[in-house]
Design a protein around this ligand. Structure first.
Ligand code: FMN
Length: 188
C-alpha cells in the first residue's frame, strides 16, 4: 500500500468557537486512510507587504507557512463567508503562499473547498471566489461534489463535535472523492 497523501487544511476563521474549525477538526475521522490531514495555521501571518519579501526581511511565520504548504500533497480549504467573499485572513494567507513570484507554494497541488455558514446558502460566494483565486494559482480545484454547508449553528453538540448525521455522511463521501481527485491530478 502506498503512503497516505498529506493534506494541508487551511481554516478561514480565527474565531475561538469557529464552526469552520469544528468542522475541520471532524474531518480526519471522516476521511479515508489514504489521506493524512493537518491544519496549517494562518493567524500569525503578518499582512502581506511585498517590501518584506526580500532577503533577510521575510517574516519567519511566512517562511514556515510556505514550507508547510509546499510539503503537502494537497490543500483543503474550510471557510466561512465574509461579505460574500473569503475572510481577509484567508486572502492574506493565499497571497503569502503565492509569493515570491515564480515560487508559489500552491503551484500544482490538488485542492478542494468546503464552505460553511450559519446562513442558508452555505457561503456560496466565498466558495466561488476561492475557486477563482486558486485556479489562477494553478491549483486544480475538485469540481464535484461541491460543499456549501448551511445552518452551521445546528450541526454541532455543546462540546463542538459534528453530530449531524447527514452532514457526516456527506463529508465522508466528499473526502473519499477528494482522495480520488488527488490520485487523478496530483503528482507523487
Ligand atoms: C465581517 C463579517 C461578514 C460576514 N458576512 C457574511 C456573509 O457574507 N455571508 C454569510 O453567510 N455570513 C456572513 N457572516 C457571518 C458568518 O458566517 C458567521 O460569523 C460565521 O459563524 C463565521 O464562521 P466561523 O463560525 O467559522 O467563525 C459575516 C460575519 C462577519 C464577522
Amino acid at each position: 500500500m502506498s503512503e497516505p497523501r498529506s493534506v494541508a487544511v487551511v481554516v478561514g476563521s480565527l474565531r475561538k468557537d469557529s464552526f469552520n474549525r469544528k468542522l475541520a477538526n471532524a474531518l480526519p475521522g471522516l476521511s479515508p486512510t489514504a489521506l493524512k490531514l493537518a491544519i496549517v495555521e494562518i493567524g500569525d501571518l503578518a499582512l502581506y507587504n511585498q517590501d518584506s519579501d526580500a532577503p533577510g526581511k521575510v517574516p519567519p511565520a511566512w517562511q514556515t507557512f510556505r514550507e508547510r504548504i509546499k510539503a503537502a500533497d494537497a490543500v483543503l480549504f474550510v471557510t466561512p463567508e465574509y461579505n460574500r467573499s473569503v475572510p481577509g485572513v484567508l486572502k492574506n494567507a493565499i497571497d503569502v503562499g503565492s509569493r515570491p513570484y515564480g515560487q508559489s507554494a500552491w503551484d500544482g497541488k490538488p485542492g478542494a473547498v468546503i464552505s460553511l455558514s450559519p446562513g442558508a446558502i452555505g457561503a456560496f460566494g466565498a466558495n466561488h471566489h476561492l475557486r477563482q483565486m486558486m485556479v489562477f494559482l494553478d491549483v486544480p480545484m475538485m469540481p464535484q461534489p461541491e460543499a456549501y454547508i448551511g445552518g452551521a449553528a445546528t450541526l454541532f453538540d455543546e462540546q463542538g463535535n459534528l453530530t449531524n448525521a447527514g452532514t457526516r455522511e456527506f463529508l465522508g463521501k466528499f473526502m473519499q472523492a477528494f482522495a480520488e481527485w488527488i490520485e487523478r491530478v496530483g503528482k507523487r
